[in-house]
Ligand binder design. Structure first.
Ligand code: GLN
Length: 189
């Protein structure tokens, strides 16, 4: 089994690596197309979506990620990673991979609540998880073939379409590695 890639151009990639390490799974930082070739699934961490979008576009890593996902590589975006996977970002013309037919609203929980933690359902586990939200996006449009996995205050905060998964929250910032474990078991093509 190849290591799990964690996109490491910016953001909290080290926390994902430590969650994978706790599960006994090997991970690899991905910054180049050559490094992407060495992994069989990819996590896009939290961070700053405008910065990461510019870098993915400039170094053509975005195109390489899109073609790997088209040939069956599982991918999971947390927070900024969700924005990066979305087809549309509300009110902005910023680079994204467009791998999930969703529209997202950035920083959707308002200025007063920059970050908070709350128990939320996560349907694949049939149990709730602790959601850590940090200037988090929400999904405002769920396209055809996209399943909603978590809802908080009537806002969609986790979705999946086949091997593409996105969560507004940050499981890597908790002690709970169940979602990492579930993602690591999604079949590759
Ligand atoms: N607010 C950030 C953005 O829009 C995402 C925040 C995060 O990833 N924690 O890019």
């Amino acid at each position: 089994m190849k290591p799990i890639g964690v996109l490491a151009v910016q953001g909290d990639f080290a926390m994902h690596q430590s969650a994978l390490h706790r599960l006994g799974l090997a991970s690899k930082e991905v910054r180049t197309t050559e490094e992407l070739d060495l992994v069989d699934r990819l996590i896009i961490p939290g961070g700053e979506s405008t910065t990461v979008g510019l870098l993915l576009d400039r170094f053509r890593l975005g195109d390489a990620i899109k073609s790997r996902v088209a040939s069956g590589m599982p991918i999971w975006g947390t927070c900024m990673g969700m924005i990066m996977l979305a087809k549309q970002v509300e009110g902005r013309d910023q680079y994204s991979l467009g791998l999930l037919d969703i529209t997202v609203r950035r920083n959707a929980f308002g200025r007063q609540i920059h970050s908070f933690e709350i128990e939320i359902p996560f349907s694949p586990l049939k149990e709730s998880v602790l959601g850590v939200f940090i200037r988090a996006p929400v999904v405002t449009r769920v396209g055809e073939g996209v399943q909603t996995l978590s809802v908080l205050q009537e806002q969609v905060v986790a979705v999946q379409s086949g091997r593409v998964l996105a969560t507004s929250f940050h499981p890597e910032l908790t002690d709970d590695v169940r979602i990492h474990k579930w993602f690591a078991q999604l079949p590759t093509a």
